[in-house]
Design a protein around this ligand. Structure first.
Ligand code: AP5
Ligand code: MG
Length: 216
């Protein structure tokens, strides 16, 4: 199964992708997480991406398509993947179609997580992540059962993203509306676009995504 979660920054793509990984044995392919790992490791891609990400802009299509193509070839992806944050431009969407076609694969569904921009700044500025296993949390909306201890791995150190500042979120939202939202009609025309209410509570969003998966 190959799913795309499509939504604005803070729509809940990462939160839901982690749940789908656990529930369906799929692999979350978050291009944002891959880029952050490259920035941390100071690889060539990381050095190119760092400044672009901190400005809230998009990294070049060539780099992104290369990253995804390589990752899809790894053996853990053979049971299926959830694309989280890719594609983000029409050029990436077209390249993905070509890539999947070449690999004899196809997209099962593109799930739009619909949100109002007004809630996203609060979601993003309150977000934090377990430094050890990457599980995501929120200051108000998703706290660990025991404060300061990761539910998944027991880790006690957490990090916040350097692009999660209110001023950067504005540029990220602009990039979403100008460059990524045009993918909605692109996938609608192919008959694979589904929608869920990204404004609902986290469990309800999961429930709506599960209902979409059942129909596949
Ligand atoms: P990326 O890491 O993909 O960031 P993003 O798209 O801006 O999305 P986020 O990760 O911020 O949000 P999310 O939807 O995953 O929300 P989450 O589940 O965490 O990309 C970062 C940067 O990398 C880009 O700006 C770009 O520079 C570059 N990049 C990446 N991919 C690229 C590509 N393909 N092409 C070019 N450049 C690329 O939820 C947010 C918070 O809200 C969490 O704390 C969560 O607990 C909480 N929450 C989630 N759902 C709910 C809910 N329903 N109700 C209440 N709270 C909720
Ligand atoms: Mg994310």
């Amino acid at each position: 199964m190959i799913l795309i979660l499509l939504g604005a920054p803070g729509a809940g793509k990462g939160t839901q992708a982690q749940r789908l990984e656990d529930a369906h044995g799929l692999i979350q392919l978050s291009t944002g997480d891959m880029l952050r790992a490259a920035v941390k490791a100071e690889t060539e891609v990381g050095l190119k991406a760092k400044e672009v990400m901190n400005k809230g802009q998009l990294v070049s299509d060539d780099i992104m398509v290369g990253i995804i193509s390589e990752r899809l070839d790894q053996s853990d992806c053979k049971n299926g993947v959830i694309l989280d944050g890719f594609p983000r431009t029409e050029a990436q969407a077209e390249a993905l179609d070509q890539l999947l076609n070449d690999k004899g694969l196809s997209l099962n569904a593109v799930i739009e997580m619909k949100t109002d921009d007004a809630v996203l700044v609060e979601r993003i500025t309150g977000r934090y992540t377990c430094a050890k296993c990457g599980a995501g949390y929120h200051d108000s909306f998703l706290k660990p059962a025991v404060e300061g201890v990761c539910d998944k791995c027991g880790g006690t150190e957490f990090t916040r993203r350097s692009d999660d500042k209110a001023e950067t979120v504005k540029s990220r939202l602009e990039a979403y509306h100008n460059q990524t939202a045009p993918l909605l009609p692109y996938y609608k025309d192919k008959g694979i676009l589904k929608q869920v209410d990204g404004m609902a509570e986290i469990d309800e969003v999961t429930h709506q995504i599960e209902a979409v998966i059942k129909q596949i």
